[in-house]
Design a binder for this molecule. Sequence first.
Ligand code: SF4
Ligand code: SF4
Length: 215
Amino acid sequence: MKLKPNADILEMLEGYEKIVLFGDSGCAQLCDVGGILQLEAMEDFLIQNNKKVLGYVFVEGGLCDIHATTLEINDNMNMLREADAFLIQACGVATQVVTDLIPEKESFPAVDSIFLGVMPERFVHHETCVMCGECVLHLTAGICPIARCAKGMLNGPCGGSMDGKCERDGETDCVWQLIYNRLQSLGKLDNIRRIWGIRDRSLSHSPRTIIHEDF
Ligand code: SF4
Ligand code: SF4
């Protein structure tokens, strides 16, 4: 996730004066878009641009947790009633949760949701999963060829792999080189001989629903 440009945020809030900011201590905070620090920075920015920030709704955990978000909303109902609009500093799911819970007012997304990834260090995120619906990591030594290959190659490297690097920039490791090396070290190189069929794209068609059975 990353915050939208300031100009975009001001444009979507045009005509709305009293704003409440939403954030959470889960993904929003980890991605540096909707922790308390980012809510404070957004408040300063909006005040400088003639907005009134009435306060924050901050959920411990994630705004995607409808139960937790409902409790926070109930605790802040007076402030929310007074607001003209809400600015959601979390993913698109969070904006839709607040829209569903308070449909009489508009919730605006302060954030662009981009990918699932790892954080090798603070402020750095690398894409490692695109939620394809059919995980193949058990065959590729725990390294995703879909999210980490510029072409999503499934049957080994393309012709542009050179000295272990991807032709995209010559610096990024070719993911198939990584997969090969790790399969070799695991004694599972036979996996690479597997010829993959066409992936079932219907598994990544939206909207999807998951119902977990009790077990
Ligand atoms: S194969 Fe890659 S994109 Fe698909 S679920 Fe597994 S990690 Fe995610
Ligand atoms: S060089 Fe490797 S990582 Fe890059 S597109 Fe080709 S197969 Fe994918």
